[in-house]
Write a protein that binds this ligand. Structure first.
Ligand SMILES: Cc1cc2nc3c(=O)[nH]c(=O)nc-3n(C[C@H](O)[C@H](O)[C@H](O)COP(=O)(O)OP(=O)(O)OC[C@H]3O[C@@H](n4cnc5c(N)ncnc54)[C@H](O)[C@@H]3O)c2cc1C
Length: 301
């Protein structure tokens, strides 16, 4: 039988799993099986997979912490690349610059920078994503976005060629970037930070994390805000005014704590989440005439 993925089993140094359920890799805890799931051991391993997949036409899907995606219940063909520990190093360069691998969790980076007395990323504390996933959608809050501090980015093209880009070669907006849809893989990012006092930064970061825990339904699986805020509006307020709080579909419901969150109460399928998001969108449109845009990313075709 012709199984092009089998050859990768002997060449990949990282973890390769066949028919792996994606629910263990998404914060919604949903998703069917990946035909193959690879956690590359390092950047070279990653490039091997990307080049091989490109030469054989094997579909590739990239995941960081899976905290902004909806993985299909039918699973994903080809290879799902999980970029975590293998690209998880942090190094401090000259002049308050820090280089983080795409698999570094934002909180880890913020804490490491803070300990060195480097400020600038702490507003992102508590966002449960990786550097790669955060850059792809320009994660942020009302007061800061990850792109604000970006100076350089190292990527692999779809064919596995390495490129270094300055931040001014990319464009970023509210929860979007020119990286989305490019097919590029983020390998690492350099951030230019400011000087700060470690103790002050630690306190500020902890306060931000605490206030997020109070505001968001952190006790149940979710993937953060479902919809982007429309210009001049607040998505949560529109959803609440349309009477959607508590609405259910299968095991998914609109959170009672924060209306712009859908939570998995146990046993939800991605189809339940998408169905609920669709119904919320319709109700908000009927009530206010506003068409909400998904912030979360449904994976697959
Ligand atoms: C409780 C909770 C609170 C949240 N609060 C916020 C918030 O305040 N602000 C905010 O912006 N977001 C928030 N989020 C959403 C999410 O945490 C962020 O969007 C995060 O940056 C996503 O990173 P990730 O590593 O999980 O990406 P994933 O969800 O794994 O992937 C997101 C996208 O990035 C792509 N991708 C991932 N890694 C790479 C890579 N190395 N190269 C190329 N493409 C890649 C994926 O293919 C996918 O398209 C929240 C989520 C939760 C669960």
């Amino acid at each position: 039988m012709n199984d092009p993925i089998q050859k990768l089993e002997s060449s990949v140094r990282g973890r390769l799993l066949r028919s792996e359920p994606l629910e263990g890799y998404t914060t919604y805890r949903t998703g069917g099986e990946a035909e193959a799931l690879i956690e590359p051991a390092d950047e070279t391993d990653l490039a091997t997979v990307v080049r091989y997949a490109s030469s054989k036409g094997i579909p590739l899907t990239v995941l960081g912490a899976g905290s902004n995606v909806i993985a299909p219940d039918a699973g994903l063909d080809g290879v799902v690349l999980v970029i975590r520990r293998g690209l998880g190093s942090i190094s401090f360069l000259s002049g308050r610059r820090v280089r983080a691998g795409a698999g570094v969790m934002l909180d880890e980076l913020i804490d490491a920078a803070g300990e060195r007395g480097f400020a600038g990323l702490e507003e992102l504390a508590g966002i449960p994503g990786t550097v790669g996933g955060a850059l792809l959608m320009n994660a942020g809050t009302k007061s800061a976005e990850i792109s604000d501090r970006l100076s350089r980015l190292t990527i692999l093209t779809c064919s596995g060629r390495k490129r270094v880009l300055n931040s001014n070669e990319l464009s970023f907006g509210y929860r979007k970037s020119s990286l989305a849809g490019s097919g590029w893989l983020i390998v690492s990012a350099d951030f230019l930070l400011r000087s700060g006092d470690s103790a002050v930064l630690r306190e500020r970061t902890e306060n931000i994390r605490d206030s997020r825990k109070k505001k968001y339904p952190c006790d149940l699986p979710s993937a953060g805000s479902v919809f982007k805020h429309p210009a001049g509006e607040n998505a949560g307020r529109l959803i609440e005014s349309a009477g959607c709080k508590g609405m259910c579909s299968g095991g998914a419901s609109v959170s009672e704590t924060h209306a712009n969150f859908i939570v998995n109460n146990g046993g939800a399928k991605s189809a339940d989440i998408l169905d609920l998001a669709y119904r919320v969108r319709m109700k908000v449109f009927e009530q206010s005439g506003v068409i909400l845009e998904l912030e979360q990313i449904p994976l697959g075709k």
